[in-house]
Design a protein around this ligand. Structure first.
Ligand SMILES: [Zn+2]
Length: 102
């Protein structure tokens, strides 16, 4: 059991990059199974999917990728860099106010 001094986590927001290789539904299920019957069973995990963004090395455009292979939407170049959407990031952790002691 958590002691009274431990903060109580209410929710955790996680950003899942589309190109991270993580399937949000699978992560959600895994978290549910891992935290069941633990001190974290009450924590709600909020998953937000982040699209894959590309920067074109040919024309400089920044676009959102919709399929593999990644191509620049503007000029069709394959010389692009993934600038976001490849990571799994904890965005925030919400902690309940500590109960007042008498
Ligand atoms: Zn381009």
């Amino acid at each position: 059991m958590p002691s009274e001094d431990q903060p109580r986590i209410e929710s955790v927001a996680v950003r899942v990059g589309e190109f991270s290789g993580v399937v949000p539904e699978a992560l959600e299920f895994a978290l549910e199974v891992l935290t069941a019957d633990s001190d974290l069973a009450h924590v709600s995990f909020v998953l937000e999917q982040e699209p894959t963004r590309l920067a074109c090395n040919t024309c400089g455009a920044e676009t959102v990728a919709d399929a593999i292979p990644f191509l620049c939407e503007e000029c069709g170049s394959i010389d692009v860099q993934v600038t976001s959407g490849a990571d799994l990031t904890v965005q925030s952790v919400s902690i309940a106010d500590a109960p007042l002691r008498s």
